[in-house]
Write a protein that binds this ligand. Structure first.
Ligand code: PLP
Length: 384
């Protein structure tokens, strides 16, 4: 069997359109976009085109889009920057317990500085309600940061509705969403928000490029200072080829977004049917999860054993989240959702992209059935 890549929430293969844009830029546009001479102006032109094109995909004005190294930086910038810009107004922040570590960790640091953070727990089936967020708002809330799509389970949170509710109850609070797993797949909610983070390598662009949308007028203390790049929000010479690749990848994704989404949804259903036919699997994704993500558990087979067995058979998937797996840590997301330890320890995440095919998914179904048939009796004997 040819190898099949189903770990697209960790990273994606780079699309040919992005490769061509990066190659073209490396070959022809080497200038520093801050320079005044022709090569500099040409590089600045590439940045301007990418900013306009990406802003269109976000549904926001181009002047409000800032380039950076990826979503970890975008999330750190907006969380720490907004908190420090508005701390005189209040010190309370609302988020969820299932955010990516690039949101949770800067919030932990703010707690050490005296900020108070409310971590909401979504329901594993019903998700997060607007009402849950409303009940957490306080007069001193300055920031609400809630991800658009969870990277481990695929749960989709109603961030545009949450933003509209926050604006009617707590006008001055800034509403941010980590859009990494939603951008390019679902309709962009950015226009309803104050801030939105995205990353190129999750949508078939290169690693090391990302963008932060920050609504004009929202104050944010920069994380990186030095050269005043990106209108002062993010110092450092822009990664021009990476950004060109990001814009090309986003344009390619945006072109057929809805058709691709339906095709991915059909592949996901095919995969669910294949898994369910093997019996005794536990579904971890909620019923209305994004089509790109399917989280399942196969107790008592440990997740790493499944991942290694599938990898040997040519299928790349991950346990819980890729980041947690590489640090051998239990998933904080599945813990916050209240799943039992034995289920968490046997979790496997399949994540699809528009570059996967139905034929690939069919062969994964066969490999999965054979792998479970082989491993289940062993795991049941050993772990009895
Ligand atoms: C939801 C979410 N946010 C943020 C990130 C970090 O993105 P980047 O790799 O661009 O730093 C990831 C990456 O896995 C993610 O899934």
């Amino acid at each position: 069997m040819q190898s099949v890549y189903l770990d697209n929430n960790a990273t994606t293969p780079v699309a040919p359109e992005a490769v061509a844009a990066i190659h073209d830029c490396l070959e022809h546009t080497f200038g520093n976009p801050s320079s005044l001479h022709r090569p500099g102006v040409q590089a600045d032109g590439v940045l301007g085109d990418a900013r306009r094109s990406l802003a269109e995909q976000f549904g926001v004005p181009a002047r409000d889009l800032y380039f950076c190294s990826g979503a970890t930086e975008a999330n750190n910038t907006v969380i720490s920057g907004v908190a420090h810009a508005y701390h005189a107004r209040g010190r309370h922040i609302v988020t969820t317990a299932v955010e990516h570590p690039s949101v949770i960790e800067p919030l932990r640091r703010l707690e050490e500085e005296g900020f108070t953070v409310t971590y909401l727990s979504p329901d594993p089936v019903k998700g997060l309600s607007v009402e849950q967020v409303r009940a957490a708002l306080r007069a001193d809330t300055i920031l609400v940061s809630i991800m658009q799509v969870n990277n481990e389970t695929g749960a989709v949170f109603p961030v545009a509705d949450i933003a509209r509710m926050v604006k009617s109850h707590c006008k001055t609070a800034v509403v941010h969403s980590d859009g990494v797993q939603g951008f390019g797949k679902l309709a962009s909610p950015a226009g309803a928000l104050d801030a939105y983070s995205s990353s190129a390598h999750k949508i078939h662009g290169p690693k090391g490029a990302g963008a932060l949308y920050l609504r004009h007028g929202v104050r944010c203390r920069p994380l990186l200072v030095g050269g005043g790049h990106e209108t002062g929000l993010r110092a450092g010479t822009e990664n021009v080829p990476g950004i060109a690749g990001f814009a090309a990848a986003a344009a390619a994704a945006g072109g057929k977004r809805e058709q691709d989404y339906s095709r991915i949804a059909a592949m996901r259903s095919q995969l669910v049917r294949a898994v369910e036919s093997t019996g005794r699997a536990v579904m971890l994704s909620p019923p209305d999860a994004i089509a790109t993500t399917l989280a399942m558990a196969f107790p008592p087979i440990p997740g790493e054993v499944m991942v290694n067995a599938l990898s040997e058979a040519g299928v790349a998937v991950s346990t819980g989240s890729a980041c947690a797996a590489s640090r051998n840590k239990r998933s904080h997301v599945l813990e916050a959702l209240g799943f039992e330890q034995r289920v968490i320890d046997s979790s496997v995440r399949f994540s699809l992209s528009r570059l996967n095919t139905a034929a690939e998914v069919e062969s994964v179904g066969e490999v999965l059935a054979a792998t479970l048939k082989r491993l289940r009796p062993v795991a049941e004997r050993v772990l009895r």
